[in-house]
Design a binder for this molecule. Structure first.
Ligand code: CA
Length: 609
């Protein structure tokens, strides 16, 4: 529960800068005759080193890492964007997909919105049994994010169906014959920023992976009676157009000739791409989504050239499957030898390709190619100057198998992890004439900041009333939406170096009371809370209630635990961590059984010293 005082305080902290300036921002936008277009190009599972663009800096200087060298010549469009915009070395998301995507849409920190793990089926949880650590996840929002007004019991439009003509059919939002749902697990209601942009007159386009609500995953079964929830459909969150988005968070198959997984039943099949000959021509999923996005931009521009648009280009790439060659398309390689022999060296560094790395690289190249086509289209439409373009990824690069173990070096570990490799992201923002080209920013920003920042840039005032999840959904009462994110528009515009006007460091929080990745040993992937404050990072490991302290300025690899050397600093940071957890109504894992005692807050742990 969040007290009213805490709520008001956080609202003030979160949107204070925005509240002071919406009139001015709107005026600026109107001064140009049109609000800015916004493109958010979101890549799935891409690590911050999976690019030729250097994101790692030492003493203010770019360091070209091993992977930057490997990818040289392979991400030219990211380089183009970085030259024209501002690069962030310390940008963050959450460590897995759904928490990031729900923070993006709601402006809430994951500790508050409680979609702390990845979601998919109705009432389905990825991992809910007893684990080696003897902990159980709390009753988190396993039914994901839902639009305002959603109740635990209701009727939703049917999911995607295959029609008599063999094509996908996405029913109208008010179509009869909806499916009844009666949810056992919690969810979280939120008023989203795309909804606010839509209300302000934006044409809002969703392309690719949504992954917000929960659903049947059975949109390709004609007679499915399985329930789905409103949040499974991006149109419920303020998107005019939805292309291929549903509750599913990963692709079954990237190949057009495999109908993107729609041959036979698969919960992970990607719907809505049976147009334009993609199946027959075996169009790669990344390219099909790009083609659909470009067509929609053209259509939108032709219909109403003065109407601003928000395009959420959310690629399924580069999420698994990476293996078995399913992600591999020889025609996509710029090195003919690679297709002939996976053991041949990478021409950029002379090192051999591991087959998994090769497939991974193919997905990266396809993503970069899509980025280039989108940038070219904005140029062709004459919209580049008036478009805020944001490049981001949703969690750290996969690093649990093969040579991908070093996927985020020099950061430690990867997707799912409490270490920097789990959450650090390759953020680039371009806005010609407003953001200085080639700028590099070391100020930490986090995914929930996007909500207030995008609204700020659009000149759309922050919401007056936010959503409240109805009582009874969560055991401990209603859950109120509060904007934890803060606008970083002043940083983008070069008006100041820090998000906070007073120059103070902001505490950033990650909370993962869940279990990720079956069979992955060690505590770094399960049950943790972490806090970053300035150069310092504190990790609270829930299983043994221990603390790790790292100095990110000198030890980005998080190898030298300073907790024993700096007990005073540990105490200061764990108090701050506990304060944020309480204010945000964070749920803690349970000890011994699903109804067991919760793991104590970090300031309640008695340390033997
Ligand atoms: Ca992801």
């Amino acid at each position: 529960m969040v007290s009213r005082r805490a709520f008001l305080g956080l609202l003030g902290a979160g949107v204070g800068a925005m509240a002071a300036g919406p009139a001015q921002a709107a005026q600026t936008a109107q001064g140009k005759g049109k609000r800015p277009n916004i493109v958010l190009f979101m890549v799935d599972d891409m690590g911050w080193q999976d690019t030729s663009v250097p994101f790692y800096y030492e003493d203010g200087k770019a360091v070209r890492t091993r992977l930057n060298k490997r990818y040289a010549t392979r991400t030219p469009n990211m380089e183009r964007l970085a030259k024209q915009g501002m690069l962030f070395t310390d940008a963050y998301a959450c460590a897995v997909c759904s928490p990031t995507r729900c923070s993006l849409m709601s402006g809430m920190n994951a500790a508050r919105h409680r979609v702390t793990d990845w979601t998919l089926g109705v009432d389905q949880q990825s991992r809910f049994g007893a684990h080696g650590e003897g902990l159980y996840p709390p009753r988190w929002s396993a039914n994901g994010l839902q639009p305002p007004g959603t109740q635990a019991k209701g009727v939703c439009q049917p999911p995607w169906r295959t029609g008599a003509d063999g094509k996908f059919y996405q029913p109208a939002l008010d179509a009869p014959g909806g499916n009844a749902y009666d949810l056992k697990m919690p969810f979280t209601n939120a008023l989203t920023f795309p909804q606010l942009l839509q209300d302000a007159g934006y044409h809002t386009i969703h392309v690719g992976k949504a992954h917000w609500g929960s659903g049947s995953g059975q949109y390709n079964q004609q007679d499915s009676k399985a329930p789905t929830t409103p949040g499974a459909d991006p149109r419920r969150f303020g998107f005019d157009v939805n292309i291929a988005g549903c509750e599913v968070g990963g692709p079954k198959n990237y190949r057009g000739d495999a109908h993107y997984g729609n041959k036979g039943y698969s919960q992970f099949a990607t719907p809505g791409l049976d147009e334009n000959g993609y199946y027959q021509d075996n169009v790669f999923l990344t390219d099909a989504l790009t083609d659909m996005a470009l067509r929609e931009l053209e259509r939108s521009h032709a219909a109403a050239p003065d109407r601003p648009f928000y395009l959420y280009m959310a690629h399924y790439a580069i999420h698994s499957p990476l293996d078995n060659g399913r992600a591999w398309d020889a025609s996509r390689s710029d090195d003919p030898n690679v297709a002939k022999d996976a053991r041949n060296p990478n021409p950029n560094d002379g090192l051999k390709w591991d087959p998994m790395e090769r497939n991974y690289s193919t997905l990266i190249q396809g993503m970069d190619d899509s980025l280039g086509k989108l940038l070219d289209k904005l140029d062709a439409l004459g919209e580049t100057e008036n478009t805020l373009f944001i490049f981001m990824a949703d969690n750290g690069g996969l690093s649990i198998s093969g040579r991908l173990k070093a996927a985020n070096a020099p950061a430690r570990a990867g997707k799912g992890s409490c270490y920097e490799g789990g959450t650090r992201e390759p953020l680039i923002v371009r806005w010609p004439g407003k953001i200085r080209p080639g700028a590099v920013c070391h100020e930490p920003v986090i995914i929930e900041d996007f909500y207030p920042t995008i609204l700020h840039a659009a000149g759309v005032p922050p919401p007056k009333a936010l959503a409240v999840t109805p009582a009874g959904v969560h055991d401990d009462g209603p859950l109120r939406q509060v904007l934890d994110g803060e606008t970083f528009l002043p940083v983008l515009l070069g008006r100041r170096a820090t998000v906070r006007a007073d120059g103070a460091d902001r505490p950033l929080l990650w909370h993962y009371p869940n279990f990720w990745g079956e069979g992955i040993p060690g505590p770094e992937y399960h049950f943790y809370t972490t806090l970053r404050l300035g150069r310092w990072k504190l990790i609270y490991q829930h299983p043994d209630q221990s603390f790790e302290l790292y100095d990110l300025r000198t030890d980005i690899g998080e190898r030298r635990n300073l907790a024993d050397q700096r007990p005073g600093l540990v105490d200061k940071l764990r108090k701050e961590m506990a304060r944020l957890l309480r204010e945000r109504g964070a749920q803690m894992p349970r000890i011994g059984s699903p109804d067991g005692k919760p793991v104590p807050f970090p300031d309640e742990v008695v340390l033997a010293r």
